[in-house]
Design a protein around this ligand. Sequence first.
Ligand SMILES: Nc1ncnc2c1ncn2[C@@H]1O[C@H](COP(=O)(O)OP(=O)(O)OP(=O)(O)O)[C@@H](O)[C@H]1O
Length: 385
Amino acid sequence: MIRETLKGGKGEVIKNPKVFIDPISVFTEIPYREDIIKETAISIRYFVKNDVRFSNLFLGLTGTGKTFVVRYILNEIEEVKKEDEDYRNVIQAYVNCREVGGTPQAVLSVLAEKLTNDIVPKHGINLGEYIEKIKNAVEGKKAIVYLDEVDTLVKRRDGDIVLYQLLRADAEISVIMISNDINVRDYMEPRVLSSLGPSVIFKPYDAEQLKEILSKYAEYGLFRGTYNDEILAYIAAISAKEHGDARKAVNLLFRAAQLASGEGIIRKEHVDRAIVEYEQERLVEAIKSLPFHYKLALRASLDSEDVVTAHKIYVDLCNKLKQRPLSYRRFSDIISELDMFGIIKIKILNKGRAGGIRKYIEVPDREKIMKALDENLAEEIGYEY
Ligand SMILES: Nc1ncnc2c1ncn2[C@@H]1O[C@H](COP(=O)(O)OP(=O)(O)OP(=O)(O)O)[C@@H](O)[C@H]1O
């Protein structure tokens, strides 16, 4: 049995998994984003050949292709460097602001490191010195800087000032910023806004477009005859409902194809199973990103039937962890919020005149939540429940 799977013989569905895991290495163009790519390429040409600096803000909800487009442009510029003299002195740096920590210090140090190709201290030097290092690195060259998830930087103290300094630096730097918070401009001071170039909007894909995108993945990544139009349309329709998220669509197709491995054809049941798994993963992600006392409140709720008992358990837990517990009132608000997020369910029962009301807690995915939460608490604070 395992030998068949190892060899990938009869009934295999996936021809090339790389298409799903590292699509940028396979796609030679990006459907539905051609106009944006062309406009950006023109700005880049003016910058490289005519010294016209630019800055753009790529805005759009999650999974609308912003990072994909940026990585594509970055790779294409590296190729053009080999063909066009004018591009020889172009240097590029991509930084995901959230992944490096989001602070101005962190973003600038990584940026300086990438542009200088040298080790730059993470602490102990001030923001101005980082800007100086960057300016020195760019001397006699042209830099294109990509700041992904720039909203995390802008929301930090002095975050927008860093942008201002980059945009206004006396150096040949152009900047492409990316944000999936479409209100990111609200966090910027007027003088930063006035140095910022236009916003480029990445509209959510509709069901038709998602289906077309999926058909490319299927064509490159799956064996012929293992999928049909209806299956692709089904996945596209589900993903279009969620603000046209291509990441979700592609992940669902890949997972469904894995589940169909050995059976030779992807059926609706495989997609439905993939959807359930996907929703559960999202639940785990949602739990991990809860504020600390929400996690403790949720943990306590897992071991109690009603809110009063949950609060007692929560207080005990706080004492164990040497944390000051929140009041019952605040705790009860948190529980209501967890109910609103759909993580737990609150049922209110009226116990008659003498009994007052009691708030009961139900947790539909109890085992799953407990596992995710306990792993997360152990990782975050070293607490073994
Ligand atoms: N036009 C497209 N053609 C093919 N694949 C696409 C397209 N747009 C998006 N994708 C796929 O969706 C995935 C997610 O896209 P991307 O990382 O660009 O999202 P994003 O807009 O940057 O979202 P986030 O803000 O969440 O990072 C990509 O890895 C790629 O697989």
